[in-house]
Design a protein around this ligand. Structure first.
Ligand code: SF4
Ligand code: SF4
Length: 715
C-alpha cells in the first residue's frame, strides 16, 4: 500500500484557464502533460519522488492520454529509456535524485548526449544540495558540462517552473541535446499557483503507434566513427543552437533596479534566498522589488555571452551567487568578460564561502561586503542589526546549554523493523568482536548514528558488499555488509552479490527486507508484496511467490542463506554469531524480514479506525516500564534507540537518576521486550493490551482483575 495521491491526480486534469494550486514538483508533473510528453520514467529519491509516485498512480488517466509511465529499477535504466527520443520525434522525461542518480545514469547519459535527440528529452533532477542534503554534496552542473547537456535552474515560483519545463523540451529539440532541469528541495515543495493549459495527447503514444522502426542510420549510434562527427556537432551546432534558443526565448531574466553601478548575477534556484537577503538589508520590498539590478540565470549552462556582457557592461562591479565548488559559472563569466574586454569587477567566491548552502544569512554577509566596497552610499544598517540579533541569539543559546547546540541527526521511525537488527548486532559483537561494517544508502544508514554507531564506509546505493571486497582478504574476521531491499535490486545484486560469488568471496551480508524502497517514500521494488486492487485486477496474485530476494540469491549460487524475523532479537543475534563463526566458505546472507513500520501503520490505521467506528472490538499493544523496578541504568535505551523509549524523572524521591519511560507514540513493535530478554536486562518492561469497544467477557475479566488487585493492594 502506498500514499494515495487522489487529489494530486485530479489537479493534473485541469484544463485551459483553470488555476492549478499545489507544490512545485506537482506543477512539473502537470507541465509534462501540457508539453505532450510520450513517456515518463525515473527512480525515486528526495526531493522529486512525488513526480513518479503521482504518475504511477495516475496510470489510468495517462492511459487515456497515451502516455507511458515506467518505474525504473535504477537511474541508469531511466536514462537509457530516453534513448527512445534518439530516433523518434517523441518527447520523454525522466526524474531522479541528483547527484547520486546522475552518477548512476552517467554512462547512458554520455551515449545519449553524444548521439543527440530528435524528440525533446528532459531530466528532472532533484538537486539535493545544502543543509538538508542526504547525499554527497556535489552538483549536477559538472555532469551537464562534461556531456554537453543543458542545465536549467528555474526561479522557484510555479509559473517559471512550468515555463522551464515547456521551454526545456523546445530547447532540447532546437539543439538536439538532452536538457536537465535541477530543482532544489525548496523549489520542489514550494506551494503556489499557475494558470493551467490543456494537456496534450502526444502525437506518438500508446494509443497512436509508430508506423514502424526507424530506418537504420549509423549516424544516430554513439559508436565510432559516428562519435567523431557527433563531438563536432556538440561544439559547432548544438551548443550555438542552445545559446540562440536561450537568448531568443528570454529564458534568463533581468530585473532592473535603481542602482546603476552594481548588479547581481544569480542562478534561478537561489533567487528567493537573494530576495530575502535584500529585504533584510532594506534593499527590497515585500513584493520582490529590489534596488539592485539582478540577472537571473534560469539557464545556467550554457551561458549566453551576449547576455552576460550586456548586463555587466557599464557597471562597476557584479556579485555572482554560486553555491558549491568548483565555481563553474564564475569561471565561465570571467572568461566571457575577458574575451569581451568588459572591465567590470567580478566578485563571487572571494566574498562568499566556497562550500555550503547560501542561506539568506550567508548572502546578507556577502552583500554587505560587496556593497561596502562598491556602493557605500546604500544604507545596509537594517541587515547589520539582523545579523547582530542572530549572533546574539546563538551566543545566548550556547550560554544556556553550556555548549554549542548539539546536532539532531535523523533516526529510524518508532517501531522500525531495522532497529532490532542493530540491537542484535550490538549484542553479537560481544562474541564476534568488531567486524568491519560496510553501510549502505537507505533507512538502515541510521544505524551509523547513536546508540548503534555501526558502519565504516558508505559508498553508494547498493554498494556495501562491493565496498567490502578489498577489506575481506586483509582481515581475519569476515566483514559485514548491510543493504536494504531497495539497494539490493538497485545495484547490490550485481555489483555486490554477483561479484562476491564470482570471486569466491567470504563475507556476511544482511539484507533488510522490509518490502519497499522505504527511505524514498515506500515505493514498490521487484519483491514488494502486491496488494493493490489494481494489481489484483491485472491478474497478479496478492503475494509474489517467485520474485523474491531469496530466489535471486539462490539463482546466483548463494548456499548459506537464513531468513530471520527482525524483531526476534535473540534469534537474530544467534544467526549473526553463526554467520561469523561457520567454517562454510562463500557468502553468508541473512535476510532480515519484517514490514516497514511506517507502511504498516499506514495500512492498519484506516482499518482500525473503521473497526472502531463500527463499534467492533480493537486491541492495541503497548509496552511500558514499571518505574519501581527500573534501576535507572538505561541499558535498554542504549540497546534500542527507539524515540518512544525515553526517560522521565522518578517519582520515588530516593531515586536520583531518571527512570526509563515509554511514551504514547509506542506502536508495540515488541523490541523492548525482546531486547530486555535477549540482553537479560532488569524485568521492568511490561506489555499491555489496550482494548477498545470491550465485549462482555473483557468487562467481566477486567472486573475480576480489579477485585483481585484490590485484595492484594490494601488501601
Ligand atoms: S520508513 Fe520504514 S524502514 Fe524506514 S525507518 Fe521508518 S519504519 Fe524503518
Ligand atoms: S515496543 Fe519499544 S521499541 Fe517498540 S515502539 Fe514501543 S517503545 Fe519503541
Amino acid at each position: 500500500m502506498e500514499v494515495s495521491f487522489h487529489e494530486e491526480i485530479e489537479s493534473l486534469k485541469l484544463g485551459e484557464g483553470q488555476v492549478f494550486r499545489g507544490e512545485g514538483i506537482l506543477a512539473v508533473t502537470k507541465a509534462l502533460l501540457q508539453s505532450g510528453v510520450s513517456y515518463v520514467g525515473g527512480y525515486q529519491g528526495a526531493p522529486v519522488s512525488h513526480l513518479l509516485d503521482v504518475m504511477v498512480q495516475a496510470r489510468d488517466y495517462l492511459d487515456e492520454l497515451g502516455v507511458h509511465v515506467e518505474a525504473c529499477t535504477n537511474e541508469a535504466a531511466a536514462a537509457a529509456m530516453l534513448g527512445a527520443s534518439i530516433s523518434y520525434p517523441m518527447r520523454g522525461a525522466v526524474t531522479w535524485k541528483s547527484i547520486v542518480g546522475t552518477n548512476v545514469a552517467s554512462d547512458a547519459l554520455s551515449y545519449l548526449s553524444t548521439a543527440g535527440v530528435l524528440g525533446g528529452t528532459l531530466i528532472v533532477a532533484g538537486e539535493d544540495y545544502g543543509e538538508g542534503a542526504s547525499v554527497a554534496l556535489e552538483r549536477t552542473h559538472a555532469m551537464a558540462m562534461k556531456s554537453s547537456m543543458w542545465l536549467l535552474d528555474p526561479r522557484p515560483n510555479l509559473p517559471t517552473i512550468v515555463k522551464m519545463v515547456e521551454k526545456g523540451f523546445e530547447l532540447s529539440e532546437a539543439s538536439n541535446s538532452p536538457v536537465i532541469m535541477e530543482l532544489r528541495i525548496r523549489a520542489c515543495h514550494l506551494q503556489g499557483s499557475f494558470v493551467a493549459r490543456d494537456n496534450r495527447a502526444p502525437a506518438i503514444s500508446t494509443r497512436r503507434f509508430l508506423a514502424g522502426a526507424a530506418e537504420f542510420n549509423y549516424e544516430r549510434l554513439s559508436h565510432p566513427p559516428a562519435t567523431f562527427r557527433q563531438e563536432k556537432l556538440k561544439a559547432d551546432v548544438r551548443m550555438p543552437a542552445a545559446r540562440k534558443f536561450v537568448r531568443d526565448n528570454r529564458l534568463n531574466e533581468v530585473f532592473e533596479g535603481s542602482e546603476p553601478g552594481v548588479g547581481i548575477v544569480c542562478p534561478g534556484g537561489l533567487y528567493n534566498n537573494l530576495l530575502r537577503a535584500l529585504q533584510m538589508l532594506g534593499l527590497a520590498d515585500n513584493f520582490g522589488h529590489a534596488r539592485l539590478s539582478i540577472l537571473v540565470l534560469n539557464a545556467v549552462y550554457p551561458l549566453v555571452p551576449e547576455e552576460i556582457t550586456a548586463f555587466c557592461a557599464g557597471r562597476r562591479a557584479v556579485l555572482l551567487l554560486e553555491e558549491g565548488m568548483p565555481e563553474f559559472i564564475e569561471q565561465d563569466i570571467a572568461t566571457i568578460l575577458r574575451r569581451g574586454d568588459v572591465q567590470t569587477r567580478l566578485h563571487g567566491k572571494d566574498l562568499l564561502p566556497m562550500s555550503g548552502e547560501y542561506t539568506a544569512e550567508v548572502i546578507v554577509r556577502a552583500l554587505a561586503r560587496f556593497l561596502g566596497e562598491h556602493a557605500a552610499h546604500l544604507d545596509t544598517s537594517a541587515g547589520m542589526r539582523w545579523l547582530e540579533a542572530l549572533d546574539a541569539a546563538r551566543t545566548r543559546a550556547g550560554e544556556l546549554l553550556g555548549a554549542p547546540l548539539p546536532p539532531r541527526p535523523p533516526t529510524f521511525c518508532v517501531g522500525c523493523p531495522e532497529r532490532p537488527v542493530f540491537a542484535a548486532m550490538k549484542l553479537a559483537r560481544r562474541d564476534i568482536g568488531e567486524p568491519h561494517v560496510s553501510a549502505d544508502i537507505g533507512c538502515h544508514a541510521f544505524g551509523t548514528f547513536e546508540p548503534f554507531s555501526q558502519g565504516n564506509t558508505i559508498l553508494g546505493y547498493g554498494m556495501s558488499l562491493a565496498s567490502a571486497a578489498g577489506v575481506a582478504p586483509m582481515m581475519a574476521t569476515r566483514p559485514m555488509a548491510i543493504m536494504g531491499d531497495g539497494g539490493f535490486w538497485h545495484n547490490g545484486l550485481l555489483s555486490g552479490v554477483a561479484a562476491n560469488v564470482l570471486n569466491n568471496g567470504d563475507a556476511v551480508l544482511v539484507i533488510m527486507k522490509n518490502g519497499y524502497a522505504s527511505a524514498t517514500g515506500t515505493q514498490n521494488v521487484v519483491s514488494s508484496p502486491l496488494e493493490s486492487a489494481k494489481d489484483l485486477a491485472r491478474g497478479q496474485s496478492s503475494v509474489h511467490t517467485d520474485r523474491t530476494i531469496e530466489n535471486a540469491l539462490r539463482g546466483l549460487g548463494v548456499k548459506w542463506l537464513r531468513n530471520v524475523y527482525t524483531y526476534r532479537v535473540g534469534e537474530m543475534a544467534r544467526t549473526l554469531r553463526e554467520a561469523f563463526a561457520t567454517p562454510e566458505p562463500g557468502l553468508k546472507v541473512i535476510v532480515a524480514e519484517a514490514e516497514c513500520q511506517l507502511e504498516r501503520q499506514r495500512r492498519i490505521r484506516p482499518i482500525l479506525a473503521r473497526l472502531l467506528g463500527s463499534g467492533q472490538r480493537v486491541v492495541r499493544t503497548r509496552f511500558g516500564v514499571d518505574e519501581d523496578t527500573c534501576s535507572g541504568d538505561h541499558s535498554c535505551v542504549r540497546l534500542s534507540g527507539c524515540p518512544s523509549l525515553t526517560v522521565k524523572a522518578a517519582s520515588d524521591p530516593l531515586k536520583v537518576d531518571p527512570v526509563a519511560h515509554v511514551n504514547n507514540d509506542c506502536v508495540g513493535c515488541g523490541l523492548c521486550g525482546e531486547v530486555a530478554h535477549a540482553a537479560i536486562l532488569c524485568p521492568s518492561f511490561f506489555r499491555a493490551e489496550i482494548v477498545q469497544n470491550p465485549g462482555a467477557w473483557d468487562r467481566l475479566l477486567n472486573g475480576l482483575r480489579k477485585t483481585v488487585i484490590g485484595w492484594l493492594q490494601p488501601a
